[in-house]
Design a protein around this ligand. Structure first.
Ligand code: SF4
Ligand code: SF4
Length: 435
């Protein structure tokens, strides 16, 4: 048996980019647009032959009942609806009896119309819609090629999807600007848009003038670490008091799983990487969506099946590097069990004792983990005892009442009415030390 076969993963995740880096918008922080320079002169369209090859190989390599096919970009809707109709037909052709194929589509929403929405609904697509908050925050960076804000078009897509009952998540970047307005962002999604599923994606953007290799300097669109911590804490406090079980914030759920099960399903919170690769329009496979650069090219599916590339020794080395390169500062951190140094792409700092490899977001992450620890422990305990995590909201409300009561007693003067409500002076009631 070959080494690859011996280590074949039963399931893996592929982010397929049928249009490569091409997009119909020009968002200021998009790391992928610059990747066009990896394929000079390319048409940036995945051929039907390549699409079928990808689907067949991926479905065949999975040894689990459900396969997720993830379409991403660039902007995948530029392929046109017929491309996706053909893809869904091919999936049905390749699926084994009893095997379920689930499609996901990450989009800026600009091209979505009623016909798209009917297709997405009828074929059970889960859509990730990129939206950075209310208009004044979204339009700062998410602009079209003419420099115009795109809020109206994206909002229209969200409303259309709601109308057609398309299941969708909001993908919201957390950047230098909207991170200063956590509750405006969160309440806009929850109250104005009625969104139940939210993903917050911190922008940690390194300069990259050539598009091939990331530089070391961070752009000023990147979220400052302390601000990222404040953002997470403010949203968490709102969520954990009012919305557990009704609004789902991917990062909070991911952290909770580390407390509850000892392992998160989010790659950034796992000890190793390597289970999710990126597939370019021409069949090239890279180690991760965040490492589409020549150094991390694993091969091409026209020559090597995707299952082999994902299970290759090279990919395992890439995956294990996440823990192998952790600085001592992280290895000794009390939150290592949930953080694991977050995404290696963001490890651009040196530790206080001068070791390289510390995550840009560390200060903010640590502040958040410290702040959320008590509530996370409560929720994990509830889940372990078979009760729903949303009971945490009652527990925290009781704790808050008790704390307010404690403070009232601490601050009561001898001649004030007793905070217990007896009608007596404090000194004659609970303030009477002899009582
Ligand atoms: S490099 Fe980052 S995004 Fe890629 S698998 Fe690792 S943690 Fe996830
Ligand atoms: S919180 Fe900071 S020190 Fe702790 S594991 Fe994460 S990145 Fe490392």
């Amino acid at each position: 048996m070959s080494e690859t076969a011996a280590f074949a993963l039963p399931a893996f995740h592929v982010m397929a980019k049928p249009t490569g880096a091409q997009c119909n918008l020009d968002c200021a922080y998009c790391f992928f647009l610059k990747k066009e320079s990896l394929y000079p002169g390319s048409s940036f369209r995945m051929s039907d032959e390549m699409t079928e090859r990808y689907l067949r190989q991926t479905i065949e390599a999975h040894r689990v009942p459900e396969v997720t096919i993830a379409w991403q970009g660039g902007e995948p809707t530029l392929m046109g609806l017929d491309f996706f109709r053909r893809a869904v037909m091919a999936e049905k052709k390749f699926a084994r009896p009893g095997q379920r194929i689930r499609n996901t589509l990450q989009t800026n929403g600009v091209l979505l119309d009623a016909e798209w929405c009917r297709f997405l609904h009828d074929n059970d697509f889960l859509v990730g819609l990129s939206l950075d908050g209310p208009r004044q925050l979204h339009d700062v960076y998410r602009r079209d090629k003419g420099g115009r804000g795109t809020f109206d078009k994206v909002l229209r897509a969200a409303l259309l999807m709601q109308q057609h009952q398309v299941e969708f998540n909001i993908l919201c970047t957390v950047n230098a600007v909207n991170s200063c307005h956590p509750l405006d962002v969160y309440r806009f999604f929850r109250d104005d848009l009625g969104t139940r599923y939210l993903q917050f994606i911190p922008i940690v953007e390194r300069d990259n003038p050539t598009g091939n290799v990331e530089g070391t300097r961070l752009t000023d669109r990147s979220v400052p670490p302390e601000q990222y911590g404040c953002f997470l804490i403010a949203v968490f406090d709102e969520w954990v008091r009012h919305d557990v079980g009704t609004t789902f914030v991917q990062f909070f759920d991911g952290v909770l799983m580390s407390y509850f099960r000892g392992r998160s399903s989010l790659c950034i919170l796992q000890p190793t990487c390597g289970e999710g690769v990126a597939l370019e329009h021409n069949g090239d496979v890279y180690s991760c969506d965040h490492y589409v650069e020549p150094l991390h090219l694993l091969g091409n599916i026209a020559r090597t099946p995707i299952g082999q590339l994902v299970s290759s020794a090279e990919q395992r080395t890439f995956g294990q590097a996440k823990s192998a390169t952790l600085p001592r500062y992280c290895r000794q951190c009390e939150f290592l069990f949930t953080c694991h140094g977050e995404c290696p792409k963001n490890r651009v700092l040196t530790t206080p004792d001068g070791e390289p490899g510390l995550n840009w977001l560390c200060t903010g992450l640590k502040a958040f983990f410290t702040h959320a620890d008590h509530s996370m422990r409560l929720m994990a305990e509830l889940l372990r005892s078979g009760r729903p995590a949303d009971l945490v909201m009652d527990i925290l409300a009781r704790e808050q009442d008790e704390e307010i009561r404690r403070q009232l007693f601490l601050r009561a003067g001898r001649n004030d009415p007793c905070p217990c409500g007896s009608g007596l002076k404090f000194k004659r009631c609970h303030g009477n030390r002899a009582a």
